[in-house]
Unconditional design. Structure first.
Length: 148
């Protein structure tokens, strides 16, 4: 198994994360009302895209793979950024697949589109930093490599 390529958070995104963290840490009543504007930033979306491409994963209901997105990353990022800024972005339906269990039964698994995974990852980049001062971060989020 090849070693995973580490994702380096760009300095501008790291500075944004530090600013959000400090605000949340110094005032427990502070609310992050302007996170949507930060979600629309090109560097935040690009960092999220790098994480999604690194994780690979199956294509969603639209059939678009992470390799196809990575090949035209700039065009896709510009399109998604425009949709987010114009508030015309709508999540796609989730592809439902059934995974066999050891006991012979099956369990459902929902696979979002790559586009939706990028938006989710971008939100995670911002929300984990804001919520971190409120208490411990679940281990499942720490595995993503953005908090270590």
């Amino acid at each position: 198994m090849a070693p995973e390529k580490e994702i380096i958070t760009p300095d501008k995104v790291r500075a944004l994360q530090r600013t959000l963290y400090r605000k949340a840490k110094e005032n427990a009543r502070w609310r992050a009302w302007s996170l949507y504007g930060d979600l629309c930033r090109q560097d935040v979306l690009a960092t999220a895209l790098a994480a999604v491409v690194r994780n690979a994963g199956a294509p969603g209901v639209d059939g678009v793979t992470t390799e196809a997105i990575a090949a035209r990353a700039d065009a896709f990022l510009a399109e998604w950024q425009t949709q987010l800024r114009e508030k015309s972005y709508r999540p796609s339906p989730v592809l439902r697949v059934w995974i066999p269990k050891a006991d012979g039964q099956q369990r459902p698994l929902g696979i979002p589109t790559v586009k939706d995974r990028v938006v989710q990852a971008a939100l995670l980049l911002l929300l984990v930093i804001v919520l971190f001062p409120l208490g411990p971060i679940p281990r499942s989020l720490l595995r993503l490599g953005w908090m270590g």
